[in-house]
Design a protein around this ligand. Structure first.
Ligand code: DNO
Length: 350
């Protein structure tokens, strides 16, 4: 297991030097952020990041994410060009030493929350999702106040309206078939480059605004993995994305898919499931709905040897910055997860 930490590049107030001082964190998770989705990343940008990371004494091995262009998800005729660019990005980051690429296949919206600074009883703030607030938003109504946090700010309101409208005719089966087309094209390239592709589950793991979402539970992960019988075709197991539905048994999935050798990356995050959504919490098992000990034990016993990163943290101790991605609570999370891993690995034979 390698403990990793997400870093948003030179603008990130959480610097590489700070990350370097967190006990047991060896690896940086990052991406080229200034190239539009679908374009090829300049080799200089990749190598610049690599040098910065390595100069700080950290490993440059994980990309999160190379985003998938909407035309690929929509199955438009332009998709082949974007898939070719995607493959070129795989080749380029592999050349720079990357071993694992995280990505997702969510239409239009990546993770969605209704508030990014919900105050918890201890005074910290965290990200929350309340269904009734999502239900009030209709992205197809261009007059509506489209202000849910976490949305891709690169879309204008009209563009967002247009791209959501394009999905109205697309069924879940269509999205599966577009995903299969993409996977059949990229996995052979990843295999040739020795890179593990790791899909992130849909966050939250249910449909929003009537848009199809298909990577949501055990059945869909089975179907997804069956698309290519190649170990490079695998998962980012995101405990928060799966765990916000009480129907998902995350520890069971952690064991099952690590035993299959298909979990390459794990995002470990705590959530408290509510009747009307969920709230993110500190990582501790007793602080939410997910038993982190069971999840870490399942990964260990399944033979997991990929990357773990503490996922979203709360904002604590007066820190300000990128919601979910401050230093302090994620560092506490990394330390807690390292402790669980040490305890589990010294207590159990695998
Ligand atoms: C949210 C993240 C996601 C994740 C992508 C992976 O904080 O977990 O944005 O990076 O879904 O492609």
């Amino acid at each position: 297991m390698k403990m990793s930490f997400r870093w948003y590049g030179d603008d990130d107030p959480v610097t590489l030097q700070k990350i370097r001082q967190i006990p047991g964190v060896s690896t940086i998770v990052t991406a080229v952020y200034d190239v539009p989705v679908g374009q090829v990343w300049p080799m200089e940008s990749i190598l610049h990041m690599k040098k910065e990371v390595e100069d700080a004494g950290l490993l440059f091995e994980v990309i999160e994410s190379i985003p998938v262009h909407e035309d690929i998800k929509l199955g438009k005729s332009s998709r082949d060009r974007y898939i070719e660019n995607y493959c070129e990005n795989i080749r380029r980051v592999a050349k720079a030493g990357i071993k694992c690429i995280c990505y997702n296949f969510m239409p239009v919206f990546d993770w969605t929350r209704t508030q990014l600074d919900h105050r918890l009883s201890d005074g910290s703030t965290s990200l929350v999702y309340y269904q009734e607030q999502v239900d009030k938003v209709n992205p197809l109504n261009s007059d509506s106040d489209l202000t849910l946090p976490g949305w891709d700010a690169s879309y204008t309101r009209d563009q967002l309206h247009d791209v959501v409208a394009e999905y109205q005719q697309l069924t879940e089966e269509d999205l599966w078939s577009n995903l299969a087309y993409f996977i059949h094209a990229v996995i052979p390239v990843a295999a040739e480059c020795g890179v593990n592709m790791a899909i992130h589950q849909d966050d939250p793991c249910w449909s929003i605004f009537g848009l199809p979402r298909i990577i949501t539970d055990e059945k869909s992960l089975d179907r997804f993995l069956a698309l290519e019988d190649d170990p490079h075709h695998g998962l980012t197991l995101c405990t928060g994305s799966l765990g916000c539905s009480a129907k998902n048994d995350v520890a069971h999935m952690a064991y099952k898919y690590s035993k299959m050798g298909r979990i390459h990356f794990a995002h470990l995050r705590q959530v408290q499931v509510l009747d009307n959504g969920f709230e993110e919490r500190g990582h501790l098992s007793s602080w939410g709905s997910l038993d982190m000990f069971e999840i870490v034990r399942s990964l260990y016993l399944g033979g997991f040897d990929g990357y773990i990163r503490p996922d979203h943290g709360r904002m604590i101790w007066g820190e300000t910055g990128r919601a979910g991605y401050g230093l302090y609570d994620r560092a506490l999370g990394a330390t807690y997860l390292n402790g669980l891993w040490e305890a589990v690995s010294k207590s159990y034979k695998r």
